[in-house]
Design a binder for this molecule. Structure first.
Ligand code: UDP
Length: 453
């Protein structure tokens, strides 16, 4: 069913239905029936740039098995690419987030190289799709496939998971390259309304918020012993015996038994600002143990910057005064075993007294939703999709300016110190996820789009 190399997690539909209750379950099945009818035996395709790591892959690992269980024919294709291609798409992605990389505008030659880089994926897709299929292309990496699908009698949706709150010169330049490629898309999909660029105001565009899977290894309930064992494997709990943890950890020690765990889980991406979290917590949060948790940067093929950002965090960690360095761990999770990775993220989020997400820009932070589902109080930057995820003061806390380290640190301190009602905030956060950010909502919205054609 899926592209080789992509391992789906299963989706436990009966359990999900019990969580949804009868009315929502009926709505989900009605939506699936609409999609099946619209496809009339054809296939719903999802195409993105990676099978593991990052929010889009995470969602597809949920959505594909769910659709399959609902009787919808679905397939997932992951485009490959060489280093040059992913260097270009990284620049494009940062541009769409409003960041000027200082490399100047992407010129015609680079645009051609981007399209050339997509050549093999386009050829493969053309061999696979059939008339009547519906193809959802995810993010800027796949935008250049839209023209390749012209004349194939397939319906093309382009789903954008990134965005900028206020357009910048860099975001406009990135859109200038991407927007013309999207002319042939039947509909454009965005995570939040304020990420739909003005230039698309006359195009069919819809909002489709991202979601999490409640019972996947990343989010399911865990026994306390499993959490403890996972923390030991990540060097975040002291274990008896000799030898270090199997996961690569940069740390002098594990947190003490009464030390509160303050965590950010993110890719090592400059926009996640792990360095800023390190500075904010070590300077402005007097107590607690900081865990910066991300994928092992060795061997990440589709994102060339991660090793660099990790090295900068490592350097910042080394330069901390000893008393502060003792309170910080950089945890690199192995990405070779998706189940183990998910379990470790799950355990760390559950064990955290505060989960942070101090992104400088964000399409929609799945890590935020994951922590909210676990009833964790989240302190985040009020940027991008996070503003739609957290209602400040009710379901989490937001700092208005993501560069305000002191303000961010003060919020973390208040939650960690019991000053904010963390328990109530966490309970409300879980309810919010149950209502708005579970995958049935995605199926229901997709059915509406297909019915409205
Ligand atoms: N993630 C993970 N292991 C890591 C770091 C992140 O599994 O070491 C997951 C995280 O749990 C979340 C996704 O990657 O499911 C990141 O999604 P998000 O929307 O927060 O950010 P993105 O990476 O898509 O920008």
């Amino acid at each position: 069913m899926l592209t080789p190399g992509v391992t789906p997690t299963t989706f436990e539909l009966p359990r999900f239905e019990a969580l949804l209750g009868p009315d929502r379950t009926a709505e989900l099945h009605a939506a699936a029936a609409v999609i099946r009818e619209a496809l009339d035996g054809r296939t719903l395709w999802h195409v993105n740039s990676t099978g593991k790591g990052g929010g889009v892959a995470e969602m597809l690992h949920t959505l594909l098995p769910l659709y399959a269980e609902l009787g919808v024919r679905v397939r997932w294709m992951v485009i490959g690419g060489d280093e040059r291609f992913f260097a270009l798409t990284k620049r494009l992605g940062l541009g769409l987030y409003g960041i000027d990389t200082g490399d100047g505008p992407l010129r015609a030659a680079e645009r051609d190289a981007y399209l050339d880089g997509l050549g093999p994926a386009g050829d493969r897709l053309l061999e696979l799709v059939e008339a009547g299929d519906v193809v959802v292309l995810h993010d800027h990496q796949t935008a250049g496939l839209v023209p390749r699908l012209a004349g194939q009698s397939v319906e093309v949706y382009w789903r954008c998971h990134v965005g900028v709150d206020e357009p910048t010169e860099a975001s406009e330049r990135a859109w200038e390259l991407i927007a013309p490629l999207l002319d042939g898309a039947h509909r454009l999909l965005f995570s939040v309304p304020w990420h739909i660029p003005e230039r698309f105001r006359d195009r069919p565009a819809s909002v489709l918020p991202p979601f999490i899977s409640p019972f996947s290894p990343k989010n399911r309930e865990l026994e306390p012993e499993s959490v403890t064992a996972a923390l030991i494997r990540c060097g975040l709990r002291r274990a008896g015996g000799n030898g270090g943890p199997p996961v690569t950890v940069i740390a002098e020690t594990a947190p003490g038994p009464d030390e509160k765990l303050l965590t950010q889980v993110s890719r090592w991406d400059r926009l996640k600002d792990m360095e800023g979290v390190l500075a904010a917590v070590t300077e402005f949060v007097p107590e607690g143990f900081l865990a910066l948790v991300g994928p092992d940067p060795a061997g990440i093929a589709d994102d060339i910057e991660q090793a660099m950002v990790f090295d900068r965090c490592h350097e910042a960690w080394r330069r901390l005064p000893p008393g502060r360095r003792r309170r910080v761990a950089l945890v690199c999770l192995p990405m070779t075993d998706p189940g183990e990775n998910a379990l470790l993220v799950n355990a760390i989020q559950r064990a955290s007294q505060v989960v942070m997400q101090k992104s400088l820009a964000e399409g929609f932070g799945l890590t935020v939703t994951e922590a909210m589902w676990k009833s964790r109080p989240v302190v985040a930057a009020g940027v991008g999709g996070i503003r739609a995820q957290i209602d400040h003061g009710r379901t989490g806390l937001l700092v208005g300016d993501p560069h305000d380290l002191g303000g961010f640190g003060a919020l973390v301190t208040s939650v960690a110190g019991g000053g904010a009602d963390a328990e109530l905030m966490g309970a409300r956060a879980r309810d919010r996820v149950r209502r708005d950010f579970l995958p049935d909502q995605d199926v229901i919205r997709m059915a509406r789009l297909l019915r409205a054609r």
